[in-house]
Design a protein around this ligand. Structure first.
Ligand SMILES: [Zn+2]
Length: 53
């Protein structure tokens, strides 16, 4: 079973689950993850609740 990056479609074993501002919960390869993070398109997924960051 393989996973594909939601943006570039690259098949990777280790995709990062992210909460994307526009696309919702998706899996991204590290390349796209860094790019989206720089563009500030990623919302925080880890860390429990939003209220106590
Ligand atoms: Zn990608």
């Amino acid at each position: 079973m393989s996973f594909k990056c939601a943006i570039c479609g690259k098949e990777e074993n280790s995709l990062l689950r992210t909460n994307h501002k526009e696309l919702g919960t998706i899996k991204l390869c590290v390349d796209c993850w860094s790019k989206e993070r720089i563009k500030n398109n990623l919302l925080h997924l880890e860390g429990g609740c939003d209220c106590c960051r």
